[in-house]
Design a binder for this molecule. Sequence first.
Ligand SMILES: C[S@@+](CC[C@H](N)C(=O)[O-])C[C@H]1O[C@@H](n2cnc3c(N)ncnc32)[C@H](O)[C@@H]1O
Length: 267
Amino acid sequence: MTGQQHVEIDTSRPHPARMYDWYLGGKDNYPVDEEMGRQMLTLDPRVPVMARVNRAFMHRATRWLAQHGVRQFLDIGTGIPTEPNLHQVAQEIAPDARIVYCDNDPIVLAHAAALLRGTPEGATEYLQSDVRDPDAILEGARKILDLGEPVALSLIALLHFISDEDGAHELVRRLLAALPSGSYLMVTHATNDFTPEEAASATEKLKAAGVTLALRSREEFARFFDGLELVEPGIEVPHQWHPELGEPVPGQDDGVIPGYGAVARKP
Ligand SMILES: C[S@@+](CC[C@H](N)C(=O)[O-])C[C@H]1O[C@@H](n2cnc3c(N)ncnc32)[C@H](O)[C@@H]1O
């Protein structure tokens, strides 16, 4: 990403990046996003807690990976910058960490400058690209990451926006195929396993507004890790994955968090 970009923002329908920003208390969202966000809250008032739990998983998983020697990260579905961002967590432990961010929503591009302020020893880059075009992402990532060395592929709260028709599992497989042994996959994903009725209503409401929500069972989530070695404790609800690596999110234990998180190593 170089220089000033002209960015077209579609404010006629809600966008996942901006709804998520609204849940997190950010200001980079529009009335359509808030309106749909409020509808989601009527189905489950804990959605903002879930968003924070998800973000906190990203922080802890990044910390774990940096502590275990990972120095390169490819984060797809980055979202609107919310401090600390992935590069800040990684570079606090490893100032030489190199991070490539990628999202397909122009609003993230509009705010990408905040993702590019890293350490002088490390590097950060932002790609405006769609996970459904993994070749374009890998080509862009190669300019800053050495794909001959391990990379952590970060797909945090992204894959539940990618349908089976769009080949979610195959896309992950193709991205991982380009990374060497010793690379990692970190994923969080919303599920309909725990609250199926609310999940079905949320999926319907979002669909009517033009947003795909592809909630997956534990088994379908586990398939993203086929051929990989899960890091202990394996597949968990996100706040129960290595809680010692961060602070608890207020309210996380007051009800169900309908999601899964896991980290796994490519052998
Ligand atoms: C819920 S946000 C998650 C942000 C961040 N990863 C986190 O967990 O804090 C989901 C992000 O995925 C992005 N996204 C959705 N579909 C995408 C696609 N096909 N390609 C790339 N990014 C996508 C959205 O624009 C949004 O920024």
